[in-house]
Write a protein that binds this ligand. Structure first.
Ligand code: G3P
Ligand code: CA
Length: 231
């Protein structure tokens, strides 16, 4: 089972910061998961639409300028990083799951990825793009079928196979609250990887191992690895 550090090693360092991402990389995680928003034509790594929970700012993220947001403290003196800054520190052996939260312009994202691949020692094969907004994923896969798509779903809809096929998805990302053995078997028969969020407890890791899921999103990837190694 692959381990993705959920918002970086967010149990150890402030979520979605370069510190949490580097902490996860240092613990030899298989992949990193981050959330991105588009602000003033720039891509920022942050989860919430509102600033209070994770930064020194307040109010609606989209009502601030990029320059103002970059002045904020995202915890332990960290700035809200840009996607480009994350691409710059990604080692070649580590996967990066970019979850689109508030993106208006798919072109901007594709441009940032293409430039990152040219500038840094990374490849598109490391990247996995996911979103609850399947229309955006569809637009991406139409333009760039070589990019891996992760179809995110909180529930277990009857239509999951339909959208996974339409998106040419590599993986389905599903909540631990709705996972089942039948779902894993069905997804595997369709050639889909099954990644489950958010998983930090030993009991859940034990369950998901027995179900044969392919990956988990963990806030504490180092602890998850220890649990897994001792099963
Ligand atoms: O990508 C899995 C998970 O991160 C989706 O939920 O709210 O943590 O972004 P959320
Ligand atoms: Ca996420």
């Amino acid at each position: 089972m692959l381990i993705f550090a959920h918002r970086g090693a967010s149990a150890i360092a402030p979520e979605n910061t370069l510190l949490s991402i580097q902490t996860a990389i240092d613990s030899n995680v298989d992949g990193i998961e981050i959330d991105i928003f588009e602000i003033d034509g720039q891509l920022l790594v942050i989860h919430d639409r509102w600033l209070e929970r994770t930064t020194s700012g307040s109010g609606l993220l989209t009502q601030h300028s990029f320059a103002d947001l970059r002045q904020l403290d995202a915890g332990k003196g960290q700035k809200i990083p840009t996607l480009d800054e994350v691409l710059a520190i990604m080692p070649k052996h580590c996967l990066l799951n970019i979850e689109l939260k508030g993106i208006n312009n798919i072109e901007l994202l594709l441009q940032c990825i293409d430039q990152g691949v040219l500038k840094y020692n990374i490849t598109t094969k490391q990247l996995l793009l996911s979103s609850f907004n399947h229309h955006q994923l569809y637009a991406i896969t139409q333009q760039r079928p070589e990019l891996a798509i992760g179809a995110l779903t909180a529930s277990l809809p009857l239509t999951y196979a339909t959208f996974a096929t339409a998106l040419n998805a590599y993986s389905v990302h599903i909540s631990i609250d709705t996972i089942s053995k039948d779902f894993v078997l069905d997804a595997h028969q369709r050639g889909l990887q099954v990644y489950v969020y958010t998983v930090d407890r030993l009991e859940d890791i034990y369950l998901l191992t027995s179900l044969g899921v392919d990956g988990i999103f963990a806030n504490n990837p180092k602890q998850a690895r220890l649990y897994m190694d001792n099963i």
